[in-house]
Every structure is written in C-alpha cells, then in structure tokens.
Ligand binder design. Structure first.
Ligand SMILES: Nc1nc2c(ncn2[C@@H]2O[C@H](COP(=O)(O)OP(=O)(O)O)[C@@H](O)[C@H]2O)c(=O)[nH]1
Ligand SMILES: [Mg+2]
Length: 166
C-alpha cells in the first residue's frame, strides 16, 4: 500500500494553497500536469507519526470541466485514488460552494468540507449552522481560518480518521 493521499480541491481563491502550506509546512514540488501548462503542487504532511502526500489541485467550480484547470483538477481527483478529499470552501459564499460538494459526494469520494474564511463571515455578522450542514450532507464539516491557523487541530483530527495512525 502506498502513502495516503490528501487532495485539496475547490473553487479558485478559497484558501487551498494557504491550507496546503499549513498541512505541508510549505515545502512543495511544483510540476506541470502532463500535457498542460497547469501547475500542481505536491508536498508531505505529517500528523504525529502519520505521514501522507498532500496535493493542491487547480481551482474548479464543477466536476464537469469547462476550463483546462478544471479538467486537470477532475483528472487528478479521478486518477489519484485519494485517501481523503478536502473541499476548501468560502464560508461567505456557501450556497455557491455546495453544488461542487454534492457532486463530490455523488462521485463517492471520501470528503471533508472545510468552511474557510470564517473570520470574514464573522465580520459580516453572519453564521453557518455547522451541525445542520453535517447532518444534511452526512460528511465531516470543519470551520477554519487558514491564514490564522484556526480550525487546523480539528481538521488534522478529521484527516487522521481517514489516513489512520501508523
Ligand atoms: N481572511 C481570510 N483570508 C484568507 C483565508 N484563507 C485564505 N485567505 C486569503 O485568500 C486568498 C486566496 O488564498 P489561496 O490560498 O491562494 O486560494 P486558492 O486559490 O484556493 O489556492 C489569499 O489572499 C489568502 O491570503 C482565511 O481563512 N481568511
Ligand atoms: Mg492556489
């Protein structure tokens, strides 16, 4: 069995790369996806004794690709047999994010929904009912502020649920 794989997916500009840096310590190998000019970053994450590969995918709105970035992101999701997929979502624009969430769930992928930018949501005086979201989607939902490191402890716990402790 190869190393566990954690895939970061989601719309552009939701904090995937900041989350990638949080999980990998920013040491990344960046290469073009074969036959394209689209860059994909890979690094190693560690939680205690558990070690896993982390892959930062290009921004995507849907599993039915329109742009080359989206096609690469979809191909990576389908080809890499991820141990767990983290959908990074902008908590301020939740409704716009959930279409992709449903597609990823329907594709049978092991999914954790990360509601990022909770600081900006709070600044708008808004809230999200995390428990209701978990119940409706039947997947783990983790609120986070990637830039401040908030939510990382809980996210690491949820990742370990999939990656396992060696
Ligand atoms: N306020 C706030 N900004 C964030 C947060 N996460 C990421 N950002 C900022 O959002 C922008 C996009 O982040 P990036 O990781 O490049 O998004 P990506 O396109 O999904 O990889 C950057 O300016 C980040 O500093 C967060 O939780 N709160
Ligand atoms: Mg990025």
């Amino acid at each position: 069995m190869g190393k566990a794989k954690v895939l970061l997916v989601g719309n552009p500009n939701v904090g995937k790369s900041v989350m990638f840096n949080n999980l990998t310590g920013a040491y990344a190998t960046v290469s073009n996806y074969p036959g394209t000019t689209v860059e994909v970053a890979r690094g190693t994450g560690r939680i205690g004794a558990a070690e896993f590969e982390v892959i930062d995918t290009p921004g995507m709105y849907s599993l039915m690709p329109i742009s080359e970035e989206e096609r690469v992101a979809r191909d990576i999701i389908l080809e890499e047999s991820p141990t767990v997929v983290l959908q990074i979502a902008d908590a301020k624009n939740l409704e716009r994010m959930l279409g992709l969430t449903v597609q990823l769930i329907e594709a049978g992928l092991p999914l954790i929904l990360v509601l990022n930018m909770m600081d900006e949501l709070k600044a708008l005086g808004k809230q999200v009912n995390i428990d209701l979201l978990k119940e409706r989607l039947q997947i783990p939902v983790v609120p986070a502020v990637a830039t401040g490191g908030e939510g990382m402890d809980l996210l690491r716990q949820r990742i370990l649920d999939y990656v396992g402790n060696p």
